[in-house]
Design a protein around this ligand. Structure first.
Ligand code: SF4
Ligand code: SF4
Length: 161
């Protein structure tokens, strides 16, 4: 178990909506383009989702990463991604981390932010895909239960490679 002061967002504007819910009920009711309110705050989270050991990467993601990082697709496959547990899949490589055991190699370990935000894989863009984030619910629930507003629990034992 580690403790960490809440830091800046790992995924700023990641889901196209403010992570701190402050919905205007009138706008929400009448505009189809108004983002749904969400009930998680990446700015208060140590980036649990970036500690997931099998962050999927598609061929399209690898091409985008190659363009964004100024590398060849072959280099991205050698240095940025690796074979996933499921045959034929690719996932992001990890690095050591002082909060979780390991995290995606592109997470800024101090600021808890993505350092390749414009080039991140689709899975990162889409997560969590609903108005709630399970990790964030878990974090808040444990902070309440243990009466420690800065508590961070490790959710995963992750791998390096
Ligand atoms: S785990 Fe949830 S709250 Fe935390 S950074 Fe990821 S999406 Fe945001
Ligand atoms: S690419 Fe960025 S958003 Fe995706 S897991 Fe890595 S650090 Fe997190």
């Amino acid at each position: 178990m580690a403790t960490l002061a809440p830091g800046p967002s790992a995924f700023p504007e990641a889901r196209g909506a403010s992570a701190d819910p402050a919905p205007n009920p009138d706008e929400a009711a009448y505009s189809v383009t108004t983002p749904l309110p969400v009930f998680y705050s990446c700015s208060k989270c140590p980036a649990y989702c970036c500690s997931y050991p099998q962050i999927p990467v598609t061929p399209k993601d690898e091409r985008r990463l190659a363009r964004g990082l100024g590398k060849s697709v072959e280099e991205v496959r050698r240095k940025v991604t690796k074979e996933g547990l499921e045959a034929g899949t690719r996932v992001m490589r990890h690095k050591d981390d002082h909060v979780f055991l390991t995290v995606c190699r592109f997470l800024d370990g101090e600021k808890r932010r993505c350092t390749i935000y414009e080039h991140r894989p689709d899975a990162c863009r889409e997560y969590p895909g609903t108005v709630r984030c399970g990790y964030y619910d878990f974090l808040l629930s444990e902070r309440r239960r243990q009466e420690n507003g800065e508590l961070v629990l490790t959710a995963y034992e992750t791998d390096v490679g």
